[in-house]
Design a protein around this ligand. Structure first.
Ligand code: MN
Length: 343
């Protein structure tokens, strides 16, 4: 048995809204990851089994490795079918807002979400929800929205409606947000839920290969090239930097997602506490930073690269040349060390 975490009143209100709804739409954030797609698709499987007319609408395409999740082919991509997506949101009785905390995170769906007369249930694990929803189920302590959603289904007495497909989608989200159970895993009940999902037929090995171990030859070569030729290690400053120009990306036929996770790699080096990856895009330099412990990359990104994020994962943009963006990074190493490392 898992503990009861979701507030009883929220469950009762959500149940009433679901009972009343015929047409339901599940939506998620832009650049949807495994937890976003997994939670929307799991909700679609479970509520379809309950006899509801439910569709998943995503603001823009997801990475290719998520497109083989059960039900993914029926998702409506609003960037490809804007009119159909708008109609679904307009006609919905109920919108499930999954894995995001503010309407702005839904990109092109934001205005339609705000304008829709549908009732709304938010189920999410990001800090500080700012959504005008009828029911807000926000648990930042939970590792994944899919994990929270499993608890939600159980509390609605829908455990038996979680079939193999739904189980696979839920497990995909939990694996994504924990790096295949590498971090955010201190909660023992996460593994009880994992066991339940596997018992329902979710194939963890297959999911691992799909989600974590499928790369094109170009992608492998690009990442190897980046580490071999483009990684600068500033051992004294506890930092590392990787930059990739447009030409370099083109040489390896870069497609979106190919450099996913690259920024984390230098953190494996003992003594490196923060890492920065810069990618030249058409109109700007995209900055991504990761750190270990209490080194605040969110502050570095907001102070120098017009961005922000979390303590250990942040991003930003630089308008100028890649060389200038990299020079700026090198110029603040000493300062960062004094402020955040040498104590
Ligand atoms: Mn998530």
């Amino acid at each position: 048995m898992i503990s009861r975490q979701i507030d009883e009143t929220a469950i009762a209100r959500a149940k009433a809204l679901i009972d009343q709804a015929d047409r339901i739409v599940a939506i998620c954030h832009t650049g949807p990851d495994g937890d976003a797609i997994g939670s929307c698709l799991a909700a679609t499987h479970v509520f379809s089994a309950l006899g509801k007319d439910i569709r998943t609408v995503i603001p823009d395409p997801c990475l290719a490795n998520l497109r083989s999740l059960p039900g993914a082919k029926e998702m409506v991509d609003a960037s490809k079918y804007p009119d159909f997506a708008a109609q679904l949101l307009r006609d919905a009785d109920l919108i499930l807002c999954l894995d995001f905390n503010t309407p702005g995170r839904t990109g092109r769906l934001e205005e339609q979400l705000k304008a829709s007369k549908a009732r709304k249930i938010l189920i999410d694990h990001h800090l500080g929800p700012e959504i005008d929803a009828d029911v807000v189920i926000s648990h930042p302590d939970m590792a994944a929205t899919c994990y929270l959603l499993f608890r939600f289904f159980c509390r609605l007495e829908l455990f038996n409606f979680i079939d193999r497909n739904a189980a696979e989608c839920l497990l995909a989200g939990m694996m994504t947000d924990t790096g295949n159970f590498a971090y955010n895993c201190a909660d023992p009940e996460l593994f009880i839920v994992t066991a339940e999902l596997i018992a329902k037929g979710a194939d963890k090995e297959k999911l691992y290969n799909q989600l974590f171990n499928t790369f094109s030859a170009n992608c492998l070569r690009l990442n190897s090239y980046a580490l071999l030729k483009k990684m600068e290690v500033f051992a004294d400053a506890g930092a590392a930097l990787i930059t990739l120009t447009r030409d370099e990306l083109n040489r390896f036929h870069y497609v979106k997602g190919d450099t996913e996770g690259l920024v984390n790699r230098p953190l494996a080096i003992p003594g490196i506490v923060y890492s920065c990856f810069m990618r030249q895009e058409a109109d700007c330099i995209r900055i991504s930073m990761r750190s270990k412990g209490d080194f605040p990359v969110n502050l570095i990104c907001s102070e120098h690269y017009g961005g922000g994020g979390h303590l250990n994962a942040a991003g930003g943009e630089f308008y100028g040349t890649l060389d200038d963006a990299a020079a700026l990074f090198r110029s603040i190493l000493e300062d960062n060390k004094k402020k955040y490392i040498a104590k």
